[in-house]
Write a protein that binds this ligand. Structure first.
Ligand SMILES: C[S@@+](CC[C@H](N)C(=O)[O-])C[C@H]1O[C@@H](n2cnc3c(N)ncnc32)[C@H](O)[C@@H]1O
Length: 231
């Protein structure tokens, strides 16, 4: 069982079958790398970038290849995820990425970065506000945080539909109980955030990622809300 930071046993998930998650994740991760590149055109390419809850690290590895002089760090609660991400890095001959096991809601790293992002991860963390603060602590002054968060829409519409229709959305077949357990924090409304709440917590104006990429596909923009804050 993965450590208490997660509501779901991610280590078993990654150990069991990474392919169960991959096609969607890789497509989404690659699109996100393109969006972040556009964001970097706007804010200036960060010299140091951290992905928290990096999983397969698709976005991080693509960015690392695009910015070979810059330094990239991936963190995940799951030792399996980290081991597999290291292998993908090494298979691609990428030398500017370091992967480390670490966990929200309180990261133990004392490193800071010019750009920190966390995608599809707070959804599995009970103390999501504490996690947002911990991510923020890792951002250097004048750096940026890009955070994807579970919303009232996820609680009321998206996750209940996923529980009903999991087999139809292209993931591997799982029981309703498994899906319900995976998303239980959201379904129970335990970790829901809003952009306004994140802005209030960090005392900065949040900016939806779509304002940096007008062509962002709607499934990333609307369903998977990402907000950007400058420190
Ligand atoms: C749905 S996956 C998303 C992976 C990646 N960010 C992406 O978008 O493809 C969630 C990831 O968060 C990790 N995770 C879950 N709870 C975590 C926690 N408390 N701290 C750090 N990572 C966590 C899981 O191991 C998993 O790799």
């Amino acid at each position: 069982m993965t450590d208490v930071g997660s509501a779901f046993d991610w280590d078993a998930c990654w150990a069991g079958n990474i392919a169960g998650y991959d096609s969607w994740s890789y497509e989404f991760g690659a699109k996100l790398a393109t969006t972040f590149s556009q964001l970097f055109d706007d804010i200036g390419p960060p010299k140091t970038v951290a992905s928290v809850g990096c999983g397969p690290a698709t976005t991080l590895l693509n960015l690392a290849e695009d910015y070979p002089e810059h330094h990239f760090y991936g963190y995940d609660i799951s030792p399996q995820a980290i081991e597999q991400a290291r292998k993908r890095r090494d298979d691609r001959g990428i030398e500017n990425v370091i992967f480390t096991v670490d966990r929200l809601p309180r990261l133990s790293t004392d490193r800071t970065f010019q750009f920190v992002y966390s995608i599809a991860t707070l959804h599995y963390v009970a103390e999501s506000e504490m996690a947002v603060r911990s991510l923020w602590q890792c951002v250097e002054p004048e750096g940026h945080l890009a955070v994807n968060y579970p919303t009232p829409f996820h609680q009321k519409e998206m996750m209940p539909k996923l529980v009903e229709n999991w087999d139809e959305v292209g993931f591997e077949s799982k029981s309703q109980q498994w899906v319900r357990n995976r998303f239980r924090l959201i379904l129970n409304g335990e970790n829901i955030l809003t952009e306004e709440r994140i802005g209030a917590l960090l005392e900065r104006p949040p900016r939806d990622i779509r304002t940096f990429d007008a062509e962002m596909p709607s499934e990333i923009g609307e369903k998977f809300r990402v907000t950007i804050l400058r420190k």
